[in-house]
Design a protein around this ligand. Sequence first.
Ligand SMILES: NC(=O)c1ccc[n+]([C@@H]2O[C@H](COP(=O)([O-])OP(=O)(O)OC[C@H]3O[C@@H](n4cnc5c(N)ncnc54)[C@H](O)[C@@H]3O)[C@@H](O)[C@H]2O)c1
Length: 468
Amino acid sequence: MFNRVIPWYHLTTKKLNMQRRNFLKNSGIAVAGFAVVPTANLFAGMADTKVKIGIIGVGLRGQNHLELLLRRKDVEVVAICDISERMLASAKEIIRKSGKKMPEIFTGDVFAWKQMLEKIQLDGVIIATPWEWHKLMIIGSLEAGVEYVGSEVMIGTTLEDHWDVVKAAEQHKAQVMMLENVCYRRDVMAVLNMVRQGLFGEIIHLQGGYQHDLREVKFNDGVNPNGHGVEYGAKGFSEASWRTEHSVHRNGDLYPTHGIGPIAHYANINRGNRFLSLCSFSSKARGLHNHIVKQGGENHPNAKVIFKLGDVVTTNIQCANGETVLLQHDTNLPRPYSLGFRVQGTEGLWMDLNKGIYIQDKSAKPHQWDTAKEWLDKYDHPLWQRWSKDTEGAGHGGMDFFVIHAFIESIKRKTETPMNVYDAATWSAITPLSERSIALGNQTVEFPDFTGGKWMYEKPVFSLGDAY
Ligand SMILES: NC(=O)c1ccc[n+]([C@@H]2O[C@H](COP(=O)([O-])OP(=O)(O)OC[C@H]3O[C@@H](n4cnc5c(N)ncnc54)[C@H](O)[C@@H]3O)[C@@H](O)[C@H]2O)c1
């Protein structure tokens, strides 16, 4: 039942030698600049055609995307690929229930996705596999001629992986969008609206992170996705079968993008601003070991495992325009979920944890928090105002709808995705950079400029209106 994922370091980097398909060659994506295409031009040249999507990885996250894609009238899921019989069975059940046509299924070995890319003509690929596969699958899709690749969070493991993905996207003039859904959270977007309208004044400091007790995700009984045991690796199910290995072997901010994505939009990163340098600190590691002992007993074989990942990893980032960013990664200890956002400017601030907003001269009383809800309702983002009905039933409070919506609408408009390969690389590269900083004794490390200087000229494009 359990398919052991081959570690990234055992994979060949041999280039795929697939024929690029002619039908995509002339699609003419405007890579250099973003233009909102008038409604009349939508579907130009694509009349009556549905966007053909292939999904690599229909595990728990891939199934979420599958459900959302099946709900859409403008999409046909034509191919899916996975190596797990169990995950494929669940995916097929979702498709059957939707009443939509069963896509072609590719399975059997860990490179079955290459056959899918070779055989099926795809307008877009969605990747929802373990992190160590993303770079190979993104580049493999680009080399096969796919012009829109949506990858789940983290686009690589090493810094070199991130450069490779950026270079491949540039070489193939294709769009690589990291499916960072938190950028679309309703409060996060309302605050973006407030930032853009200057309510907080000039932005000075930003905080966010990933503070989520994942102990029952990193360990389970091989059957249930959440807990009921302390197994991982070959004996674990879903994320326990791969994610936990990263906690054994790596020490850094392993999951920065839910926090940094929204922050990057607040600070116009890669669009007039950029990250200059980063410094990370890691606490001792106790949480995962204690969890194993508490749930499985001190004689359980996993009680001997040494975890490299510190329980709380904090990262400071300096921005070119003078803002500071504090990120926290905290996944091994008992705690309620919080992304810990704080957006602070010369006129006031928002903090998500205390659900508070304070704006100088506008808040009800000096030195006292307003309830954030009043402000967030007032500045509800146009996207949410327009599409909130469509978000019903979509995961993570509805925000998952928007990330798929943006990906599909970009394909239909043949334009840039609102979050591009430079955003993906910049956000995801925090992991290897934080690992490097910690390994060097908390040295400050330089942040690479994946845009090659383009950040000075680009303008913000994310969610400027209510289209997508
Ligand atoms: N944005 C979010 O809110 C969110 C939430 C959950 C997970 N994720 C991300 O989604 C991705 C997948 O996570 P998940 O929770 O679905 O994990 P999962 O383990 O449930 O699913 C991964 C799937 O990939 C398949 N797979 C592994 N190697 C493969 C290969 N070579 N070819 C084809 N299929 C292969 C596995 O069989 C499995 O079905 C990760 O990047 C994770 O971080 C994001």
